[in-house]
Write a protein that binds this ligand. Structure first.
Ligand SMILES: Nc1ncnc2c1ncn2[C@@H]1O[C@H](COP(=O)(O)OP(=O)(O)OP(=O)(O)O)[C@@H](O)[C@H]1O
Length: 262
């Protein structure tokens, strides 16, 4: 069974269909990429999937359960985590504390216990620290745990965001442009990390404009244009698809995609 199923999902803003009846499935242990030109509806689709927007049409299913209309925190408890196009990092906090902000979803203690510093609350904090440290290890940043986030490089910050999503124990990870702004070396590091996360069985869905990266890491690609799905398939099918080349890749992009996947 596919871990995530999207069926006829759609939303309009002021009469314009930003996402128009889009369907696709994403499997555990695979990387599914959503690509398309600026304004195609990719981030809006993510906002629909993650419960930020309420869909006008369609369904979202996790492991077969209909979760359409559930708010982000409920979806998070079902195993969905996401990162955002723009970095959402607290620069003055340490790398470790930034990751710990993602832990509250797993915590069971309550506000009163926290305020009173009760043992249950202290135990949760210790547990969160441990989980956050292993998440940092997983993304290769354990040695920077105590450093303020403001001292990290851009590529490190992108990985820090992924660590904060991973600490929730997610089984579905939505990444909005994980390599945007990264140089070639940093992009490769993010590449390797995403591969490793998928290999551990997580269902990874990402939006990305870097075609080399998309072609390298995707099991499956969904192409949007003007809110609609115009193609879907394996990287080698997408890079040679005339409609995708015309709407998005262009001749140059198609050549780049071929080179990346050669
Ligand atoms: N909250 C909103 N209100 C009105 N229009 C919106 C809203 N969110 C998105 N849109 C519109 O929906 C369309 C799709 O935008 P979206 O940001 O999803 O595209 P995208 O494919 O993610 O683009 P990019 O690659 O530039 O990030 C655009 O025309 C955008 O202006």
């Amino acid at each position: 069974m596919n871990r995530l199923e999207i069926e006829n999902l759609g939303i309009s803003f002021g009469g314009i269909k930003a996402v128009d009846s889009v369907s696709f499935s994403a499997a555990a242990g695979e990387v599914t990429s959503i690509i398309g030109p600026n304004g195609a509806g990719k981030t809006t689709l993510f906002n629909l999937i993650s419960g930020v927007y309420a869909a006008d049409t369609g369904h979202v299913r996790i492991e077969g359960a209909d979760v359409t209309g559930e708010p982000p925190h409920r979806l998070a408890r079902r195993g969905m985590a996401r990162t955002f196009q723009n970095l959402q990092i607290f620069p003055q906090m340490t790398a470790l504390d930034n990751v710990m902000t993602g832990c509250h979803l797993r915590e069971t203690s309550n506000l009163l216990a926290d305020l009173l510093g009760l043992p249950s609350s202290l135990r949760e904090t210790a547990k969160s620290r441990g989980l956050a440290l292993s998440a940092l290890e997983r993304v290769g940043l354990a040695n920077l745990a105590a450093r303020p986030a403001s001292e990290l490089s851009y590529g490190q910050l992108k990985r820090l965001e992924i660590a904060r999503a991973l600490v929730t124990g997610c089984s579905i990870l939505l990444l909005d442009e994980p390599a945007a702004g990264c140089n070639a070396v940093e992009t490769r590091e993010v590449d390797d990390l995403i591969h490793a996360i998928a290999d551990e069985g997580v269902c990874v869905v990402l939006i990305e404009h870097d075609m080399r990266m998309v072609m390298r890491i995707s099991s499956h690609i969904v192409v949007l244009d003007q809110g609609s799905k115009i193609a879907e398939g394996k990287p080698e099918e997408i890079r040679d698809n005339e409609r995708v080349i015309a709407a998005y890749l262009g001749a140059h992009g198609a050549a780049e995609a071929r080179a990346a996947h050669a």
